[in-house]
Design a binder for this molecule. Structure first.
Ligand code: NAD
Length: 348
């Protein structure tokens, strides 16, 4: 056994009602002038949560894909109010703004995630400009503390929850066959898949049941840790490419994942066995496809805005500069994978 394991220094506070400790988490950092960040849709909820917080300002214009112009507006707001800390309350899009501010200012970030994206556990930042997204890793953007309060996720729409949960499963699945994986991350990945796969169908049926929300959020924390320190492979590469065609992030992940696993099936037998164990299913790709079907979310790239005419171009971009992947990344089979995902076929 040869491996390298990196442990990232994040304080995690988990549990129903844990948001009440937000002011204390900020105080632990010695911060006195918080810039609170949210999307316009969450603005009121976030202001309500900020009671008792040493608030210097609110930036409630976070949007998807962290566009540079809006990032600059957020950075300017942080400078204007002389913020010494950012608190983000929301999904990966909102956390992305906290990270973008931290990247240029080194301000500490406290993240309160309300989806299952896992971004709060990573050093990965992303800023888009002119249709292209620039990403990188920098320890500066890693939140100092993360508060996971499942009560804040009770209102997350069912379809968003399901797709976001599948996005988290994708992080775990690829960590299991990452070229730089390790046994600790594999434990987290398998447990993350188990927690998410066992909670998502119940959560879709009873979205306001705290037990299911807690388990899904726990799984998403594990998923975030897996993606934080291992490299992603073909699945994530395809999703990045498809994102460039304007497809929505979480839904793209959930549709592509079973097909990416089918692609890698014979090249990563140990990873497949662990996914199958976590899903309690005889085949990883089929098991995830069937899970997705139970969640009632889109199953075809055709249904989320992909054009058939763009499939070949997407396959070409994906094979141009591939990420390390268990099976060689080649044009014809990748195009076949994309066609299957486009049409929503059950993996063979
Ligand atoms: P998102 O943040 O865009 O949120 C999805 C939707 O859910 C939004 O409309 C939002 O307003 C709504 N929402 C969020 N919380 C809610 C709540 N509690 N109740 C009701 N509605 C709520 O989507 P996401 O999937 O969380 O994040 C996607 C983004 O995160 C992408 O840009 C992706 O690139 C990025 N991401 C980054 C990393 C990383 O490590 N840097 C990892 C994963 C994802």
């Amino acid at each position: 056994m040869n491996f390298t394991y990196l442990s990232l220094p994040i304080r995690v506070v988990f549990g129903a009602g844990s948001i009440r400790g937000l002011a204390a988490e900020v105080e632990r950092l010695g911060a006195r002038r918080v810039l609170l960040i949210s999307t316009p849709g969450r603005a009121q909820m976030v202001r309500d949560l900020a009671q008792g917080l040493a608030l210097a300002g609110v930036f409630d214009r976070a949007v998807m894909h962290t566009p540079l112009a809006m990032v600059e507006a957020a950075r300017e707001e942080a400078r204007k109010v002389n913020a010494d800390c950012c608190v983000t309350v929301g999904g990966g899009s909102t956390i992305g703004f906290g990270k973008a501010i931290a990247l240029s200012s080194s301000l500490p970030v406290v993240a309160v995630p309300t989806t299952y994206s896992g971004s709060e556990m990573t050093t990965i930042w992303g800023v888009s400009e002119g249709g292209a997204k620039k990403t990188g890793r920098d320890p500066k953007v890693l939140p100092r503390a993360v508060i996971y309060d499942p009560e804040l996720t009770l209102g997350l729409p069912v379809a968003v929850s399901a797709a976001s949960g599948m996005n988290a499963i994708a992080h775990c699945a690829e960590a299991l066959y990452a070229h730089d994986g390790n046994p600790i991350i594999s434990l987290m990945a398998e447990e993350g898949i188990r927690a998410l796969a066992s909670s998502l169908p119940s959560l879709v049926a009873q979205p306001r049941e705290l037990r299911f929300r807690s388990k899904a959020l726990y799984g998403s924390w594990l998923a975030g840790m897996t993606i934080a320190t291992t490299s992603v492979a073909l699945h994530h590469k395809l999703c990045h490419v498809l994102g460039g065609f304007g497809l929505p992030h979480a839904e793209t992940h959930s549709i592509v994942l079973p097909h990416a696993l089918r692609y890698n099936r014979d090249a990563a037998p140990e990873a497949m066995a662990r996914i199958e164990k976590a899903l309690n299913a005889p085949d990883a790709a089929k098991g995830l496809y069937d899970l997705e079907a139970r969640l009632g979310i889109p199953m075809r790239l055709a249904d989320i805005g992909m054009k058939e005419a763009d499939l070949e171009r997407a396959a070409r971009i994906a094979v141009e500069a591939p990420y390390p992947n268990p099976r060689k990344v080649e044009y014809a089979p990748v195009l076949g994978l994309l066609r299957d995902a486009y049409e929503g076929r059950r993996p063979s």
